[in-house]
Design a protein around this ligand. Structure first.
Ligand code: 3NM
Length: 213
């Protein structure tokens, strides 16, 4: 069993809530099959992150999903999240690990083979790899890697790979066939009018393709 083998990893994005509560949207996502939720709100203050993190901790614990906090090790600790997700210019993996309790998850965003190999050597529990396609959700993304880019990374690392960036339901089968363990999405789930159905559809495709390999 891998330490962080998420199949459907849903990243928050308040801009997609459209008047719905974070609680109702995340509950629907987990009901649909999201097994990991990442709190990622770049414009939030520390206080807003704490509030959202405590809410997500309550829901994820109750429903049995993993909670990861983006960038903020302090917030991850404060809400007793299951781990943190780092960017390439955040604190190094080893430093984050020292700041967290034993057994917490440390993941990192990677965009090429060199970053992925470095992440594995540094003891990351999983990598995000992308952007698979163009996305309007994140500004200043690295060049698109495509589903094909996954195959190359899969050959070089054995840790779990979560593909991210512009992923829609119709892309998921190819992504899993090319070696990703799971997919991470913002808009395809949070931005859907029927969050539960959107999550369920993606999760079913991941399960089907993983079963097939
Ligand atoms: N990280 P959507 S792309 C948070 O390439 C994030 O590292 C990326 O949003 C990376 O699913 C991205 O709506 C945004 O395209 C993903």
């Amino acid at each position: 069993m891998l330490a962080m083998d998420s199949r459907l990893y849903v990243v928050t994005g308040h801009q997609f809530l459209k008047g719905r509560s974070l609680e109702s949207v995340i509950r629907a996502a987990i009901h649909g099959g999201a097994d990991c939720i990442q709190l990622r709100e770049k414009e939030y203050t520390g206080r807003q992150l704490l509030e959202a993190g405590l809410l997500l901790r309550r829901i994820t614990k109750e429903m049995g999903a993993t909670l990861i906090v983006n960038d903020r090790i302090d917030v991850a600790r404060a809400v007793d999240a299951d781990g943190v997700h780092l960017g390439q210019s955040d604190l190094p993996i080893q430093v984050a690990r020292e700041m967290l309790a034993v057994g917490k998850i440390v993941g990192i965003s990677t965009h090429n083979v060199a970053e992925a190999v470095a992440a594995e050597r540094s003891g990351a529990d999983y990598i995000g790899f992308g952007p698979i396609k163009q996305t309007a959700t994140k500004q200043d993304t690295e060049p698109v890697v495509g589903a094909a880019g996954l195959q190359e990374v899969r050959r070089h690392v054995s840790l779990p790979i979560v593909a991210i960036g512009g992923i829609k339901a119709e892309d998921v089968a190819e992504i899993i066939r090319n070696g990703a363990n799971g997919v991470a999405v913002v808009s395809a789930v949070i931005g859907s009018d029927d969050v539960q159905a959107a999550a369920q559809n993606i999760r079913q495709i991941v399960d089907l393709e993983r079963g097939a390999r």
